[in-house]
Design a protein around this ligand. Structure first.
Ligand code: ZN
Length: 241
């Protein structure tokens, strides 16, 4: 921990890359872990664009406990400490694979959502935009939200299988990674491409990677420090910063 704190304090361009593992501390179930959602649901179906067109209720029913839970699920010590590091000028950006908007809820301002999020929705027919708050009530009542203007199906701005990543998000993430002399990789098993390749751009340009994640990743040999327990690491960082 002493070494990590020193590295954070001395970093010239510190960034972080976050995945589902940090949301599990907030009570959101992981996708791929031992108790992951993918054991119960056919995740390929929840986030599949073609299936969404066929039956949007499948997404909305299952996404209720992952995405539409802001009243029950609050940011944890990882989110709040990252927001503090940004406020203190130590952290440049949060690059996240998560779609749960918890970084913003904790106060982070500069967040790149590689897979989009449910902060915005829009009508698939007339493209009118709807906020999270506007669709929340229907979803919690188990109703598929429809566009009041044209009756079209409303879809979240989450990147589904079969869709490309939000315009410019990956490019911006790579630019930040290339500038980073230190990147914290938090709660990601680095398997979902192309997002998972982002930390490698830091490494290629001579930056260092620190990993905090339970379980193995394909890139474990590349980290200069590796911790397993997000909660204890960030409780210690929160005390220091
Ligand atoms: Zn519409």
């Amino acid at each position: 921990m002493t070494e990590l704190i020193k590295m954070i304090e001395n970093a010239r361009y510190l960034t972080c890359f976050t995945g589902a593992g940090i949301s599990t501390l907030s009570g959101i179930r992981d996708f791929r872990g031992a108790d992951g959602l993918y054991n119960d649901y056919d995740a390929d179906k929840i986030f599949d664009l073609a299936y969404f067109h066929k039956d949007p209720s499948y997404y909305y029913r299952h996404a209720r406990e992952i995405v539409y839970t802001t009243d029950a699920i609050v940011p944890n010590v990882v989110h709040t400490t990252l927001a503090t590091l940004e406020k203190r000028g130590l952290l440049k950006v949060v690059i996240t694979q998560n779609i749960d908007i918890l970084h913003q809820a904790a106060g982070s301002k500069n967040v790149i959502e590689l897979h989009g999020s449910a902060a915005k929705h829009s009508c698939l027919t007339c493209h009118k935009s709807y906020s999270y708050a506007q669709v929340l009530e229907d979803i919690q009542a188990d109703i598929v939200p429809k566009c009041p203007d044209c009756g079209g199906i409303i879809k979240p701005h989450i990147t589904f299988f079969g869709e490309s990543l939000p315009a410019g998000a990956l490019e911006r993430a790579i630019q930040h990674a290339q500038k980073s002399d230190l990147m914290l990789v938090l709660g990601s098993s680095l398997v979902v491409q192309p997002a998972a390749s982002v930390p490698l751009y830091c490494l290629k340009n001579g930056g260092r990677l620190v990993m905090v994640n339970q379980g193995k990743t394909p890139f474990d040999s590349l980290f200069c420090l590796h911790f397993n327990d997000l909660q204890s690491v960030f409780e210690a960082l929160a005390l220091h910063f």
